[in-house]
Design a protein around this ligand. Structure first.
Ligand SMILES: Cc1cc2nc3c(=O)[nH]c(=O)nc-3n(C[C@H](O)[C@H](O)[C@H](O)COP(=O)(O)O)c2cc1C
Length: 436
């Protein structure tokens, strides 16, 4: 017995591609022109991925050791392009795949964001999604005129209002508002374009929007809430939810919990697709894959630096003053990604700072094998979870890794009848809700 067909999404960064591999080509310098990411998204579409999700952050981190040196040495957070702008280009270069762009509710205004996403939803023919984040760094807040980030749960409260305002703006053009009727002389019917007069505690907008929302009346909504507050938010608003689960059992717990929260507020849980983050290590033979995996763990100093800067950037906690050969202090807290801190706490328990960080990966489910071996592991994982999809995360991304997934693993999944071989619908929402 195998799992029902499931979906693949791709965790995309608009940052420098892998620049240390012998297969780097010229991309580490030329990616700024967009070609690397256009080629990547076209490959993902050829392989049957439902979407690429373009992550985002809004700062050059300098928390670790109080300087941006190690961050810029590894270039994990910066330079980074704006996903909303790049989404327009990627949509133009493709026909079927969904393009989900991250944008922060904390650092935007509802009118501006509703307009940008309405624009790309129109430009893409309904293939765009918005990954709603509330951001997690004071450094980002300081780039937007604030000293500190609003507190974690308050950010979600503000995001609730933000969503309400954005949805009202997307609804401000009624169906059939565009007439383009040369006979009557009316391009748009003013009675179908109405102000929204949204007024909350944090946001106020008059409306109407100056552009219709496009296909389906709205872009797809994506979210990755992990805390109880975040899960409620995701269960209420999202079509796509991203999660970093602790193995298949953790993924099942998370998905069941989201579905339960959705049902409690009267949503059909099947409207929501949960994507679990995985980072398959692929080899031509099982041994080759094992060696690659071992080589990853052997890059201790590199991994240590990368993970320490990553941790410092997202949690704004700097472990550099501590002795790396002592256990991790357990009295740390964050106003950033709270659920992620909990996952890390579990992974680091009982280890020294150096051991913990040099052996840490963002995802917590190991998949290592040949393309067909990975397909079998995904099948088994999905049988336990019960459905939806995987978000493939391989950072930093190389053309070689894209090929391993799009020409190796994806066809192996298709041969097993587990992955779509074509797109039956024109819009991302349509494809998410069916395989036919
Ligand atoms: C797969 C995945 C992708 C994410 N992408 C982003 C991102 O691009 N930008 C961002 O600020 N946060 C991102 N986050 C963080 C989430 O938006 C959220 O803050 C995090 O999951 C913690 O949730 P919590 O605040 O409810 O604990 C991502 C999280 C996950 C699991």
């Amino acid at each position: 017995m195998s799992a029902d067909p499931f979906r693949l999404g791709w965790f995309g960064n608009l940052t420098a591609p892998e620049w240390k591999t012998p297969y780097r080509g010229n991309d580490p310098l030329t990616w700024f022109n967009g070609d690397f990411h256009v080629d990547m998204v076209q490959n993902l579409e050829r392989a049957g991925f439902d979407f690429i999700m373009l992550e985002d952050s809004l700062m050059v981190p300098d928390i670790y050791q109080g300087t941006a040196e190690i961050e810029l040495k590894h270039a994990r957070y910066a330079p980074k392009m704006d996903p909303v702008v790049a989404a327009a280009m990627l949509a133009r270069a493709t026909k079927h795949i969904g393009i989900i762009a991250t944008a922060s509710s904390t650092f935007s205004h509802p009118y501006q964001l509703a307009r940008q996403f309405a624009t790309i939803n129109n430009l893409s023919g309904g293939r765009v999604g918005w990954n709603v984040v509330t951001s997690s760094e004071d450094r980002a807040a300081q780039n937007f005129g604030l000293d500190k980030l609003p507190e974690h749960d308050l950010r979600y409260e503000m995001a609730e209002e933000f969503m309400a305002a954005v949805k009202a703006l997307w609804g401000s053009w009624g169906e059939g508002a565009i007439l383009a009727d040369a006979e009557s002389g009316y391009y748009a019917d003013f009675e179908k374009v109405q102000p929204v007069h949204y007024e909350g505690e944090y946001y106020k907008t008059r409306g109407p929007l100056n552009i219709p929302a496009g296909p389906n009346g709205r872009p797809v909504i994506c979210q990755a809430g992990g805390s109880p507050r975040g899960r409620d938010f995701a269960a209420k608003h999202a079509d796509v939810i991203l999660a970093i689960p602790n193995g298949a059992a953790g993924a099942k717990e998370y998905r069941d919990d989201i579905r339960r929260r959705a049902a409690l507020i009267g949503r059909d849980p099947d409207e929501i697709k949960v994507f679990s983050v995985v980072y398959p290590i692929v080899g031509e033979t099982a041994r080759d894959a094992e060696e690659k995996n071992a080589a990853w763990y052997a890059r201790k100093q590199h991994n240590f630096e990368v993970q320490m800067t990553h941790f410092a950037a997202t949690m704004e906690i700097d472990f550099s003053p501590y002795d790396p050969d002592q256990p991790i202090p357990d009295d740390v807290s964050t106003n950033g990604h709270q659920s992620t801190l909990e996952i890390w706490r579990k992974q680091l328990a009982g280890k020294t700072i150096r051991e913990g960080f040099s052996g840490m990966r963002v995802q917590t489910t190991e998949m290592v094998g040949t393309p067909d071996g990975i397909a079998a592991q995904m099948d088994e994982f999905m049988q336990e979870v019960g459905g939806d999809g995987f978000l493939i995360y391989g950072q930093p991304i190389s053309r070689q890794y894209v090929a391993e997934m799009t020409d190796g693993v994806a066809p192996a999944l298709q041969r097993r009848g587990l992955l779509r071989t074509s797109y039956a619908h024109d819009t991302l929402l349509g494809n998410l809700n069916s395989f036919s």
